[in-house]
Design a protein around this ligand. Structure first.
Ligand SMILES: Nc1ncnc2c1ncn2[C@@H]1O[C@H](COP(=O)(O)OP(=O)(O)OP(=O)(O)O)[C@@H](O)[C@H]1O
Length: 901
């Protein structure tokens, strides 16, 4: 496959022929159809099962394999045995492809035969069915090979053909033309598909997609480009199982019209169709309601395969219609997908029983009836126009139905709107009523207000009437009092005098009181404000002092606490430290003691081991010497044997040489004898034979002689060569023997000298080791003594250091503590002094205030007393004046009574 094909990584995979003509007008006229017996009886849908290998994820999840494929028996077995589930089922299909199967196998066994039949005029649909991620797309990726094969066959036959393709998508029950041209664009393929298309049925019940774009294509590359672009326009969405998964179905159709000539010269037009259906994952189909896939009756399967109504209608011709169908069911071998796998297998197994009645779309065009394809095309065009009109009519009908639907919806919505309007009006009415109620209440309130006003007015007029009554009463009283006016006038003066006096007195008293009061008030105000501000200031001052005191107290307390804590800490640290030091020093002492005893032990051990070692070395040297002597003896005996061997060898070689010389002499002798005998024999023969044959015999004899001489020469030559070689070998052996002998003698001499040298070295080494051991022992004894001295001095020093450290630490700590304490106490003292000063400075104004208050109080008391005195004088005077007045009035009254009498 070339690159362009290899790059067909798309999901369009499931091909399906969808052109309008497929579903309606492209049926071959029955009279021209040629169909086999099988076709009449119906052929079953071919069902192929493909099991993919485990994916990386499944392998990582260590999932178990529950599917086994037997390609020979065409059988798939599902087996699982767990605590919860026991599954053991087998399914037989038309073909089974195991996980190891290759794309080529699938293509050769399944797709290639389909392509051939398509080119014979059959309609074929291939679709892959299976759960998401089971390999539908992967399997359908063999389709580009099919496209290539179609073109290859057509080109190789030199066929006269035309080809067109359609590509649609079904998503959420909406059909979209994936090849529709964009408005305003010349290119049929662009980024945005047109509005959804309608699925329609013609008068014969054939289904077609109205207005689906048919594109004429001339090469495989064009088809790949269309597939690529169409695929790019499809809806894709993620699913939980596979992010690349596609929930839409798509149908790609290739229609091939081939013109051929029959044997009788008539033209035949074959029209094959190849529909590639790319279904969404079966779980999506199930989700959309396809549980019916598990329909009980096989006959129902074609109806219930894919309950999405439009998909069912689109595939009607492929599932029980005139199109041959191959379903490739794809499954995963993993136990994780067991349920879906069983569902797919069940469906696929049942789908086997669906029967199609395929028809070959092969039209025989007799030359008498129609001369050429163009005439046919013309007829087709008329038919097409008629169909278009029919379609238009149907479209109008559909449109009307759609409009009716819309109208219904609109009416329903209108009714809803009316209802809500009615509700709104109701609410409005209620709100109005409530408002009116409120208005009524307000009106009532207003009414009662005006009533109240009226009542008030009435009362007022009543009061006014009462006032006039009172005035008239006053007039009468005035009239009655008229007589007394005179007396009154007389007393009036007296009264006025008295009043004047009283008034003066009052004025004087009130002036004095006012003054007093004013003074008092001023003093009081001043005092109060002074006291208040003083109190505030004092309060503030006290607060500040308190704060200061608190602050100082807290600070000092903190300081004290810190000092205490520090002291405690340092004390505890010091005690811990001294404890640790004493522990450490005792540990160290123990350690040193231990080490010292260990060193002693080691040194004594060392001494013992050195002694042992010495004795062992001596034994070893003894053994070595013995071995050496033994080896020497053995070597001597070996060398003797070897020299004997070489001597024997040399004797043998000389014997061999003698033998060889003897043999050569004998051979030469024998050969000479033989030559002589033969010559004598030949001469005798020659003589014996007739002279007639003399020449012939002479030449023959000569030839024989020559031959024999040559043979003898050869034998002699080879014998001498062999002898030379043998001599050479013998001399080699002799050389080698003498060489070896020499080397061996050298070796023996070297070894002996080495042995002597080694023995002296060993003896010297032994002496050295002995000395070394002795010095070692001496040194270790010295070291032990040194160690003891060092240990004692170290311990002494350590103890001294620790003691002085502890002493220093304790003194330092106490010093710090004393310093802290003295600082803290001085701070406390200073703070107390400062507080006392502040308190004194506060108390002084307080005392002053207190004194001032006391004085003010005295003043106030005095004022009050003055006031009381003035008041009593005033009252006294009033009483006196009253007495005088009463007395004069009495006198006056008496005099008037007397006068009246
Ligand atoms: N027969 C196979 N041999 C090797 N790998 C395979 C086979 N079948 C499928 N795969 C791999 O398994 C993965 C899923 O396959 P694929 O995308 O074709 O599944 P799918 O059924 O088309 O999924 P979806 O419905 O979600 O599109 C891919 O990585 C594919 O390469």
């Amino acid at each position: 496959m070339d690159n362009s094909k290899a790059n067909q990584q798309r999901r369009w995979s499931t091909p399906s022929s969808m052109s309008r003509t497929l579903w309606s007008s492209e049926r071959s006229p029955s009279k021209d159809l040629q169909s086999s017996d099988d076709d009449h009886k119906g052929v079953n849908v071919q069902v192929v099962l493909r099991c993919r290998p485990l994916t990386e994820d499944e392998m990582n999840a260590k999932t178990s394999i529950v599917i086994s494929c037997d390609e020979l028996k065409q059988e798939v077995k599902v087996a699982q045995s767990t605590a919860y589930k026991q599954v053991d089922r087998a399914f037989v299909f038309d073909k089974v492809f195991s996980p190891s199967s290759q794309q080529k196998e699938l293509y050769d066994n399944v797709v290639a035969p389909v392509v051939k039949e398509v080119l014979e005029g059959y309609s074929w649909t291939i679709f892959a069915y299976g759960q998401t991620g089971t390999g539908k797309t992967y399997t359908m990726e063999v389709i580009p090979r099919a496209v290539e094969q179609i073109f290859d066959i057509l080109e190789s036959k030199g066929s006269d053909y035309s080809m067109k393709v359609t590509f649609l998508e079904l998503y959420n029950e909406e059909i979209t033309d994936l090849l529709c041209p964009d408005e305003g664009s010349n290119s049929p393929l662009n980024d945005k598909p047109k509005r959804p298309l309608t699925l329609m049925e013609d008068a014969k019940g054939s289904v077609f997609v109205r207005g689906l774009t048919e594109m004429i294509v001339y090469s495989a590359d064009e088809i790949y480009a269309i597939l690529d672009k169409g695929s790019a326009r499809k809806h894709t969405a993620e699913t939980l199982l596979n992010k690349q998964s596609n929930r839409s179905h798509s149908i790609f159709s290739i229609t091939i019209r081939i013109k051929e000539f029959d044997s009788d010269g008539s033209e035949v037009i074959k029209c094959g169709r190849f529909n590639l259906v790319d279904l969404a994952g079966s779980e999506n189909i199930l989700r959309s309601g396809a549980r019916e896939v598990r329909a009980r009756e096989a006959g129902e399967i074609n109806k219930s395969l894919l309950t999405e109504s439009k998909l069912t209608r689109l595939l009607r011709d492929s599932l029980g219609g005139k199109t041959k169908t191959c379903i490739i069911a794809t499954v995963s071998p993993s136990a994780l997908s067991l349920e879906e796998t069983l569902s797919t297998l069940d469906y696929a197994f049942r789908a086997k029983s669906i029967k199609n009645k395929p028809e070959v779309n092969r039209k025989v065009v007799r030359s008498a009836v129609v001369k050429d394809l163009y005439d046919q095309d013309g007829e087709d065009a008329t038919k097409k126009q008629l169909m278009e009109l029919q379609e238009l009519y149907i479209y109008q009908q559909q449109f009307t139905v759609d409009l009716k639907d819309k109208l219904d919806i609109t009416q329903r919505e209108l009714a809803k709107t009316r209802k809500s309007l009615f509700n709104l009006e109701d609410q409005y009415r209620k709100a109005n009523d409530a408002n009116k109620e409120k208005e009524k209440i307000i009106f009532n309130l207003l009414c009662s207000g005006s009533e109240l006003t009226e009542r008030a007015l009435e009362l007022r007029s009543d009061l006014e009437g009462a006032g006039s009554d009172i005035s008239s009463l006053f007039a009468r009283i005035e009239h009655k009092n008229y007589l007394e006016d005179e007396n009154r006038n007389r007393t009036k003066n007296f009264h006025s005098q008295l009043a004047q006096q009283l008034e003066d007195l009052n004025k004087a008293v009130s002036a004095s009181a006012t003054d007093q009061e004013q003074n008092l008030k001023v003093i009081q105000d001043y005092t109060q404000s002074f006291l208040a501000s003083k109190a505030v200031a004092i309060d503030e001052l006290l607060k500040k002092i308190q704060n200061l005191k608190d602050l100082y107290g807290t600070g000092i307390k903190n300081l004290d606490d810190s000092a205490e804590e520090l002291y405690k800490n340092s004390q505890s640290t010091l005690s811990r430290l001294s404890y640790e030091l004493s522990t450490h020093s005792s540990c160290i002492i123990d350690l040193i003691k231990k080490s010292s005893s260990e060193a002693d032990t080691i040194s004594s051990d060392l001494k013992v081991s050195l002694n042992n070692l010495e004795s062992r070395i001596a034994a070893f040297i003894q053994l070595q010497e013995e071995n050496h002597v033994r080896t020497n003896e053995t070597s001597n005996s070996i060398s003797e044997s070897i020299s004997n061997f070489f001597k024997t060898l040399s004797i043998c070689a000389s014997k061999l040489r003698l033998m060889e010389e003897d043999s050569q002499t004998i051979t030469n002798q024998k050969l000479n004898d033989f030559t002589k005998k033969f010559e004598i024999f030949s001469l005798d023969e020659e003589r014996l034979l007739l002279e007639k044959m003399a020449e012939l015999l002479a030449s023959s004899n000569l030839r024989k002689k020559n031959l024999i001489q040559a043979a003898v020469g050869d034998i002699l030559e080879s014998a001498s060569k062999r002898t030379n070689n043998l001599n050479q070998e013998i001399s080699n052996i002799e050389n080698f023997s003498s060489d070896a002998k020499e080397k061996w003698t050298n070796f023996i001499q070297t070894r002996e000298s080495n042995f002597v040298a080694n023995s002296s070295v060993i003896t010297a080494g032994k002496l050295n080791i002995g000395e070394g051991l002795q010095s070692c022992i001496t040194k270790s004894t010295e070291a032990a003594e040194h160690w003891k001295i060092a240990e004692e001095s170290l311990l002494c020093m350590l103890k001294k250091n620790v003691d002085s450290f502890i002493k220093d630490g304790t003194e330092e700590n106490e010093r710090i503590h004393d310093r802290f304490s003295s600082i803290a106490s001085s701070v406390i003292e200073e703070t107390d002094d400062a507080t006392k000063d502040i308190m004194l400075s506060v108390e002084y104004p307080l005392r002053l205030d207190h004194e001032a208050s006391e004085k003010i109080e005295v003043l106030r008391t005095r004022c009050v007393e003055d006031m009381n005195e003035i008041n009593s004088i005033h009252s006294q005077k009033v009483v006196e004046i009253s007495k005088v007045a009463r007395k004069s009035l009495l006198q006056d009254y008496m005099s008037r009574v007397l006068m009246l009498r």
